[in-house]
Design a protein around this ligand. Sequence first.
Ligand code: ADP
Ligand code: ADP
Length: 229
Amino acid sequence: TNFISVKNEFKTYGTGTHAVTANEDISFEIKQGELTIILGASGAGKSTLLNVLGGMDKLTSGSVNVNGTELADLNSRELTTYRRKKIGFVFQFYNLVQNLTTVENVELASEIADNAMNAAEALTAVGLESRLQNFPAQLSGGEQQRAAIARAIAKNPDLLLADEPTGALDYKTGKKILQLFQDFTHKYHKNVIIVTHNSMIRPMANHVIEIADGQVKSDTRNDAPTPVE
Ligand code: ADP
Ligand code: ADP
């Protein structure tokens, strides 16, 4: 069954002579439990697509259905509720609140969710059980990204969206982060979409959608993704 169905999605910024079409007639489907990579060069339209899927931005036309919710039909208030309750976000630079401890960062994010996990449990799931009372500045980059992932999964989201999640990390640390995403999809049948320009992580995904100039250039599935060892 399809978890996400995108049909003829367009996103244009601005109007008239200043209009920029960032997504042009994009269509694809994502099945329940897939680890999907949206791959493309800078300016291809990846973040725009991620922002539409996450309810940060409204599509201009077409259809984007996420787990039964048609995003084209939501007004901006409904999109905010969708974003807060259904989606977990992971960013390149972690975006942790610096004056809150690790466990407080996770608690803050899960307050708004309906079925939040216990914050300490979420941090244990990413291997940070010994770091609950530390502040972000006391953690390494890899640990901060783990904390950010704990914050995202603690909301118990339908969908995890990650924008260049390994972009600020060294290769080895990045692999550990990808392993967490693989666990999230393969063990718990949740959905993760990673946006990146880094084609090295391609073999680790179930599904790779390549975007160029705002359009889908290729859409391939891999039934035997390489486990991150
Ligand atoms: P990527 O994430 O692949 O680097 P983006 O989705 O950020 O690509 O950008 C796609 C295109 O849309 C680019 O031409 C970019 O300049 C344009 N764009 C993105 N966001 C905005 C915005 N808020 N206003 C105007 N143009 C934008
Ligand atoms: P990782 O496995 O995330 O790459 P590192 O090997 O970089 O971890 O770091 C090991 C330990 O050193 C971490 O537990 C962390 O507490 C500490 N550490 C690393 N970088 C920093 C930093 N910039 N500031 C404070 N502590 C750090």
